[in-house]
Write a protein that binds this ligand. Structure first.
Ligand SMILES: [Mn+2]
Length: 244
């Protein structure tokens, strides 16, 4: 069995050709090795709204890369983020990826809870209310009635404004353990692996006398395209595609 890899928060933006190219290069390298598992930990797209019959052409090359990966046997699992929570059947069909809001990863006799992480960020009521409204079917229906370009423009604006709501700048300085308020969701798990916070973290903390792991996959930046690998011995290491 091949490697277990993670990438998070690539925030691919239409027109951002450099980031697309680097991601495609990453995929080309993976195609030369034994098929493994790739977990895309959310916010892969800076914005994705899923239509039945429309896909932004800017994303074609990346979607094609993902399709090549799954065709060669790689298991690609896409865990939705706060920028791309509308992904669904269309993306799944085109790429062969599987889409999850949360995934249970069994590895080396351990069970890890994988999720993007935004919903674990404390008790920010405004943010949870925001997610509740945005992720309703009725809200989705409203968006889908509008022309794609209008939605594109409106969502870009909302994302810009919502950066204040998620208090991203502040979160970056804190650890996943500190910002999480609901440790009960870790009952039955050996730990949690997230994205969203952008900086690599890997800590063991005691919760009710049990060791729990708190890991954050670093964001994939164009200048530092980092991805993580969970090794057989359970350590989580970070690779930089540019430092090979
Ligand atoms: Mn996020």
């Amino acid at each position: 069995m091949g490697r277990v890899l993670f990438i998070a928060d690539a925030h691919l933006t239409p027109g951002d050709e450099r980031t697309f190219k680097i991601f495609n290069r990453f995929v080309t390298e993976l195609l030369n090795e034994d098929a493994g598992q790739l977990f895309i930990m959310g916010d892969f797209f800076d914005f994705w709204f899923e239509y039945k019959n429309f896909i932004m052409s800017s994303y074609f090359s990346v979607l094609e890369s993902l399709r090549r990966l799954t065709n060669t046997g790689w298991k690609v699992n896409f865990i939705v983020g706060n920028h791309d929570f509308t992904v669904g059947d269309t993306l799944q069909k085109i790429t062969g990826m599987k889409i999850y809001t949360q995934y249970d990863l069994r590895h080396n006799n351990k069970l890890y809870r994988l999720e993007h992480g935004d919903l674990q960020m404390g008790n920010d009521f405004t943010y949870h209310l925001w997610c509740f409204v945005m992720r309703r079917k009725i809200t989705m229906c409203f968006w889908s009635l509008l022309p794609p370009l209008v939605v594109d423009w409106m969502i870009a604006l909302i994302i810009k404004l919502s950066r204040g709501v998620t208090k991203r700048g502040k979160l970056r300085e804190r650890t996943l353990y500190d910002v999480m308020k609901n440790y009960e969701c870790l009952n039955g798990y050996d730990g949690i692996i997230c994205g969203h916070l952008h900086d690599y973290q890997d800590f063991i903390k005691k919760i009710d006398g049990c060791d729990k792991r708190f890991s954050v996959i670093p964001a994939w930046y164009v200048d530092a395209p980092e991805y993580a690998e969970l090794l057989d011995n359970d350590s989580l290491i970070v690779h930089n595609l540019m430092e090979k």
